[in-house]
Design a protein around this ligand. Sequence first.
Ligand code: OOG
Ligand code: NI
Length: 507
Amino acid sequence: MNPRYAPWQLRAAFAARLSDMYGREVPAYTTLVDVTRAVNEDVLRERGAAAERLGSIGRVTAERHGAIRVGTPAELGQVARVFGALGMRPVGFYDLREAAASAVPVVSTAFRPVDADELARNPFRVFTSLLTPADPRFFDEGLRKRLEDFLAARELFPPELLALADRAEADGGLAGADAERFLGLAVAAFELSREPIDKAWYEELERVSAVAADIGGVRGTHINHLTPRVLDIDELYRRMTARGVRMIDTVQGPPAWDGPDVLLRQTSFRALDEPRALRLADGSVTSGVLRVRFGEVEARGIALTRAGRALYDELLTRVDDRLASGDDRLASGDGGPARDGDRFARGGDRLARGDGRRPATPAERAQAARAVWSAALPRTERELAARGLGHFTYHVVADRPRDGAPPPTGLGDLLDAGWVRAEPLVYEDFLPRSAAGIFQSNLEGAGVRDDAVAGAAYDSAWLSGAMGREVLDPFDLYEARQRASLAVVARKLRVPGPGAPAGGCAP
Ligand code: OOG
Ligand code: NI
């Protein structure tokens, strides 16, 4: 008997083993997972079925995202093959060079399952960043050349792993012994390497960018955080702090407020000192410490439409403007001079100020965000749908009224009359500004970026070409799921395409 493992089973097993490995390497991660589980149990007890509105407790408990960073398009292509075996595809393009205040010379995508049933089985995703040595704002010609030579000479994934990955993808899974071998090699590829690091080279890169050193200063890659999903991130933040874990000073993303949860809220704790072997110029090896890994936790909300997302981005700007105008500054301590280091302050929620005033505190920012949110975002799911801001799937209600009358035709009326119900689609992706904030909140130094020269241009099409796989547009994926559900409603009720909740044509 030689059981076969489908891609989703490989994915679930990989996520679980990676979690075990990371827990051994970073003990604080285990604390984070324990506290997350306790919060989720409490939320489930308090809110009942409502707690599972954005994913079953089974899915949420197993849910993780990881993050890795690689150096070359060829390496990214190999990552895509390993994750392809797990049924994960590249979704979304994130340019963190622009989103970060510190030197974060990477562009990124996220590998994840895309079909609804695959997401329900196990939604494991990996935020994957690619170094940009060709960007002259960070690297001069000489450094670029040495960096590219260094990267070209290393091997992140053994050929046997890649061969098994290709076979798994082509055959739709692997048989027992091969699956075991594949999983062992794949987890090992993301462990922290014990090989000595060339101290001078690492430090040269670190002066440019700590991220560049983390990627291009070593011979391997590693998982740099693994993030569980929590149902109440504010409560999680309180409990971790009470346990003495020093969290970054904010929760990134939308503020806590009394309307529907949208998109993604994240927070993290600092990288921990980890002993590493360092090779000196004379060839001798000494021991030092590096901080390259950290802990992160997230709460997921409803996926926004393109229009909803544009509104979200505009609200972020409105919060910045409001803080810049000084409306939300607490009376005490206002007007103090900005400290030098604040230009690249921790937490990513810094406000660049040219007027010499101190940046807004996290509490001021949260208060401003709540005010802006309350004024601009609908307070109910129904309203989010009606204004075309959120993504939902629509389902015919089994015990709908049966008085012989034909169903109304507009989606709004179908919802009101109880023929159809709406289920929110959970946001499966990331946010560039939060990602940049997470990056820089965990960096030691800000690095340097020369904004006097033009940056190298990268976009989603470039990234697709670089790895030889199409980077999918996340909005297209949510829209397709919404549209497919509406087609089923139309067929079952024999109504013309019921269209958007606002009553117009199909969304
Ligand atoms: C990735 C940071 C982005 C997130 O959750 O936004 C990220 C990294 O540090 O490599 O994981
Ligand atoms: Ni993350």
